[in-house]
Design a protein around this ligand. Structure first.
Ligand code: 26V
Length: 834
């Protein structure tokens, strides 16, 4: 007999009493503990499970509709999803924060203590992975049918400690306590082949066919994380694949007496999803990285095809069921894998399969840096994926024939466009594969898209003038305002009404009217002040330093990279220090410079930049005469959770990359939404931030991208800047003297030399302009009322940087998908009986 329980019971149980009761149930039955013996870990697990129960009903319904209804689903393929802490976001989405707080408190527990226990999954390097997470949030909140596909890394990005001023990497064991949010599905698994060889044969109907016999097969198991939308009916699955051995134990080997050998295969298979690669210099020889990419792509496409066929559709109609987005080139091998599945497995003709493939895929490019372009040595690629290499050659042959037909005689063009780089050792160019196999290519900010069209993808743009589009990045106001800045959120509720959380793009501009209201400005300042106190407390806990919330908080947080120019920031700090020493009575408002960010473990210069920041921090702290007016703090282990504390506390946002190098930036948007003013170059989305607020509310400096290109073409040499600027000479001299390195004059020499001899990122060219701009910041800061008004106008102007706007553009211009109409409650707890 079916269980007689009301429909959606799991969802209706939202009162503090029932939440508290169910929490106790999980503590007792899932954790095997009672209140007196429960650790914080137990409480956290039981609380998370209680919340997960409430997500499951929407999730089950979403999945039911995804597999049974006839509409196009977005499949977002990304090697990284940096989703951040889940508990507080899930409570926010479900509207359960206060009930959960009360329910726990009724049992003597504290929600904030539970939240602080959570270990965030660090399954991404930075901007690209976090963007994918913001997009899932928007997809779910806008009721767009979607699924995220990625990799279930056992170790995420390393966690960062600072020892003797240096970065030290530690393994990120995010799963050591288990992950309460995920659902493991051992029965949902696909086999993925590697290596071996191909054989051509003629099939029953006389058609040329190819069979691939891989040498190794690895199984991918689905690990699902639910991504609820804000007050929405939808919960999107984030399906991450974990590698497993097909056979846990090789009996044949075991029988020869080789026990260790018998388990070795299992270990090797599991290695595929062991660890996330930190973006380093792109090293083409990383075979395991290519294995990771193919592994997750193959599992994802097999899963999509299974669901598609389950709907009773034909393989060639795959693109009607899925709009597949390639998040950078990491999943680009999907183009070849879908062709293989359609042609080899499902017997489609090449032309038909190609049409389906191109209609299904679209590709986002996230960088212009030449060293970041993914390419694989042909030899390695062919050994690992022999069938895919054949397919790529065939795609290339047909594509280049088309090119030759359109541009007869231009063999230079042909070799520039080719999927294979044959200028030296041969490489497969993944960006070219993605471009050719997609119906749309997009950049991530206006300037970036224009530079794509005029530089790295110039030839493609000439060939297909309508194919390259711009979709400027966005960030979710749920996590980056509502969750991270509850004080501001309360003021916004009061002044704009609560719909700003769902409609940031349409509502934020209404704030501008309040910039002229003195009472409002005063409250605005109080909120910022309180947020600065919160950050100061965290800084004290994590570094032991006292930072003064009354000082201007000038913050640069992002991956450490020479193109992002954290060392330009440092050069200015050193020049400021020299000014305070040379003119002790100068009227310079107190500032605290805050940095955070990780350096790739093998990126020597980036690590040396961290060492310089910590060296300057220590030296300035020792100087009693200046330390109350000038301070530097480096906060270790920047991640999503720390970002949530940092962005709301910023007065000034440092976005100072060399123009033309930062594709978009998304931290710049998070700062802006939280009322920081930006000091920045005309790079990435800074250009659009400036456009949104106007020059009076933005501190602009430096060369623009055209000037950079011109200066480089003219043979830029940093020497001239050095010779002409006494302040710069003095600042570099102090660094070289060992003043920031306990007297060791050689420590920072590689950094100084690189600036004096090459200065690839043109710090010296922008130094003067940057310092002058920082003086304009000082002047502006002196008028606190005007600063607050500008801060309010920045938040007001940030509407277009909501990821909801970005996702609507993808839906309209690239995916051709629409929000789901209201979902029926097709499945519920009641359906459990067979
Ligand atoms: C990769 C590599 C690898 C080789 C050495 C240097 C290097 C530098 C950067 C990268 C990252 C490439 C992909 C990426 O994360 N891009 C970031 O994507 C964000 C979201 O679109 C965007 O806001 C950032 O500007 C962009 O750097």
């Amino acid at each position: 007999m079916a269980i007689t329980i009301p429909r959606n019971m799991a969802e209706e149980k939202t009162s503090a009493e029932v939440l508290g009761h169910d929490f106790c149930h999980h503590l007792y039955y899932s954790q095997g503990k009672i209140g007196r013996t429960a650790s914080l870990y137990d409480i956290h697990m039981a609380a998370s499970r209680t919340v997960r129960d409430r997500i499951l009903h929407r999730w089950m319904n979403t999945v039911h509709h995804l597999v049974s209804d006839d509409f196009r689903v977005v499949a977002y393929l990304s090697a990284e999803f940096l989703i951040g802490p889940q508990m507080s976001n899930n409570l926010l989405c479900l509207g359960l924060t206060e009930a959960a707080r009360q329910g726990l408190s009724n049992n003597g527990f504290d929600l904030d203590a539970v939240i602080s226990q959570e270990i965030e999954p660090g399954l991404g390097n930075g901007g690209l992975g976090r963007l994918a997470a913001c997009y899932l949030d928007s997809l779910a909140s806008l009721d767009i049918p979607a699924i995220g596909y990625g990799i279930h890394y056992e170790f995420g990005l390393f966690s960062q400690a600072i020892a003797d001023g240096w970065q030290v990497e530690q393994a990120d064991r995010w799963l050591r306590m288990g992950s309460p949010w995920e659902l493991l599905r051992p029965d949902m698994a696909y086999e993925v082949g590697f290596g071996g060889h191909t054989t051509a044969y003629t099939d029953g109907q006389g058609r040329y066919s190819v069979r691939w016999e891989p040498a190794q097969v690895i199984r991918g198991m689905a690990c699902d994380l639910p991504i609820p939308g804000y007050q929405s009916q939808l919960t999107i699955p984030l399906r991450l694949w974990r590698a497993e051995a097909v056979e846990a134990f090789d009996l044949a080997t075991y029988n020869t007496g080789d026990y260790m050998g018998a388990v070795l295969g299992k270990i090797k298979s599991e290695n595929v999803t062991k660890v996330l690669y930190p973006v380093d210099e792109m090293e083409a020889g990383k075979r395991l990285r290519l294995m990771q990419q193919f592994f997750f792509v193959s599992c994802s496409l097999q899963d999509m095809l299974r669901i598609h066929l389950l709907k009773g559709k034909t393989p060639e109609a795959f693109n009607e069921t899925y709009a597949v987005q390639l998040n950078d080139t990491h999943p680009a091998v999907a183009v070849a894998e879908l062709m293989r599945l359609l042609v080899d497995t499902h017997g489609l003709a090449w032309e038909q399969a190609w049409e389906t493939t191109r209609k299904a895929f679209a590709f986002t490019n996230h960088t212009l840096l030449p060293e970041a372009m993914e390419r694989w040595p042909v030899g390695m690629f062919g050994k690992l994926l022999p069938r895919h290499l054949e397919i790529i050659y065939e795609i290339n042959r047909r594509f280049l024939d088309e090119v030759r037909a359109m541009r007869t005689g231009d063999e230079d063009l042909v070799s520039r466009l080719s999927l294979i780089d044959e200028s030296g050792e041969r490489y497969v160019r993944m960006a070219h594969l993605a471009c050719v196999g997609s119906h749309a290519i997009n950049g991530v900010a206006s300037l970036h898209t224009e530079l794509l069209k005029s530089t790295v993808l110039k030839d493609f743009h000439a060939l297909w003038p309508d194919k390259i589009l711009n979709v400027t990045n966005g960030v979710t106001p749920r996590r980056w305002v509502a969750l991270s800045n509850p004080r501001l959120a309360a003021l916004l509720d009061e002044s704009l009404g609560t719909e700003w959380i769902r409609e940031w793009e349409a509502t934020s501009s209404r704030l501008a009217a309040y910039a002229g209201d003195a009472g409002f400005r005063a409250r605005w300042r109080e909120i910022k002040q309180a947020n600065k106190f919160s950050l100061a407390k965290v800084a004290k806990e994590r570094t032991g330093m006292d930072i003064d919330p009354a000082s201007l908080f000038d913050i640069q947080v992002k991956r450490i990279h020479e193109y992002k120019r954290q060392h330009l920031n440092v050069l200015h700090i050193v020049s400021r220090y020299l000014k305070l020493k040379n003119e002790p009575h100068a009227d310079v408002p107190p500032r605290t410079f805050i940095f955070a960010g990780k350096a790739a473990p093998s990126y020597f210069m980036a690590k040396l930049i961290i060492r310089l920041i910590t060296g300057v921090s220590v030296a300035l702290e020792k100087d009693k005469a200046t330390r109350d007016r000038l301070k530097v703090a480096f906060l270790p282990n920047f991640n999503v959770g720390l970002g949530q504390i940092i962005y709301p506390a910023a007065n000034l946002s440092e976005q100072i990359s060399l123009a033309g190098k930062e594709a978009s930036g998304t931290g710049n948007m998070k700062f802006m939404m939280n009322g920081a003013l930006t000091i920045g170059t005309l790079d990435g989305a800074n250009v659009e931030i400036l456009d949104a607020v106007g020059e009076q509310d933005f501190f602009l400096f430096g060369l623009d991208a055209h000037e950079v290109a011109k200066a480089k073409a003219a043979g830029y040499s940093p020497r001239g800047c050095f010779d002409n600027d006494p302040i710069l000479r003095e600042a570099l001299g102090l660094i070289s003297s060992g003043f920031f390195s306990d007297g060791d004059g050689s420590l920072f020499q590689p950094l100084v030399d690189s600036l004096l001899h090459r200065d690839e990122y043109m710090l010296l060219a922008d130094f003067g302009s940057y310092c002058a701009c920082q003086e304009r910041v000082d002047a502006a800061w002196r008028d606190q009322d005007a600063w607050s008004a500008s801060s309010i106008r920045n938040v007001a102007g940030s509407g277009r940087f909501s990821s909801d706007r970005a996702i609507r553009e993808y839906c309209r211009n690239i995916w051709d998908v629409e929000p789901m109409a209201s979902l029926g409650d097709e499945v519920s707890f009641r359906d459990c009986a067979a």
